[in-house]
Design a protein around this ligand. Structure first.
Ligand code: GLN
Length: 203
């Protein structure tokens, strides 16, 4: 299986490392001609979404990648990647692919919780009862989940179970909509590969 990993900016190497361990072949997507290769899934890594979005346009990758997502290519998007997919960004007219019907608030946890670790539950993982380690870095917040006319719902798939102070968390931090998985946290920074396994099972 071949996975295209967007490699214009951000934490793409960490995704490649895990996907390779799980037996997938990774191809780095850095320029338009890289999109000629065949791949069965796409990773949009964390980083800085404004920089990534602008680079995608400058490098003439934006439209083709968007078309592939719309056509059903499985996508794993983490953090900045989730922001790229979102249909709406709060307090901003700047949006990118707009293929995932969610409203996102960027850098939503403020300075004190700029980066933090928590524990979460993720639906659809093998061994689902085991909590998943959640790493957040200037993470976006999923403020609202939209609905599409055809009734294909956005499904919450990840929720914080325990905040760093031990209190119970509630936030939805991951969603799935058709072929798209969007996560506000960074599964590529942990040793738990179940999110990547879930993604590969869609590819
Ligand atoms: N805060 C970043 C943004 O708005 C996302 C952070 C991340 O990907 N870790 O793009």
């Amino acid at each position: 299986m071949r996975i295209g990993v967007l490699a214009v900016q951000g934490a793409f190497v960490e995704h490649e490392r895990i996907l390779t361990k799980l037996g997938a072949e990774c191809v780095q997507l850095r320029k338009n001609s890289d999109l000629r290769q065949e791949f069965d899934g796409l990773v949009l890594p964390g980083g800085e979404s404004t920089v990534q979005g602008k680079l995608l346009k400058e490098l003439s990758m934006f439209e083709e990648l968007r078309e592939k997502i719309v056509q059903g290519l499985p996508v794993l998007a983490t953090c900045a990647g989730l922001i790229l997919l979102a249909e709406t960004l709060e307090h901003s007219s700047e949006c990118w692919f707009r293929t995932l019907p969610v409203t996102i608030r960027r850098n939503a946890y403020g300075r004190q919780l700029g980066s933090f670790s928590a524990q979460g539950r993720i639906l659809g993982l093998p061994d689902q009862e085991r909590l998943f380690p959640l790493e957040f870095i200037r993470a976006p917040y999923i403020a609202a989940i939209g609905k599409r006319l055809n009734n294909d719902k956005v499904q919450p798939i990840a929720q914080i179970a325990k905040m760093p102070d031990g209190s119970e968390g509630q936030n939805i931090v991951g969603v799935r909509y058709q072929n798209q998985i969007g996560l506000a946290f960074h599964p590529e920074l942990t040793k738990d590969y179940r999110c990547h396994q879930l993604f590969l099972s869609l590819c």
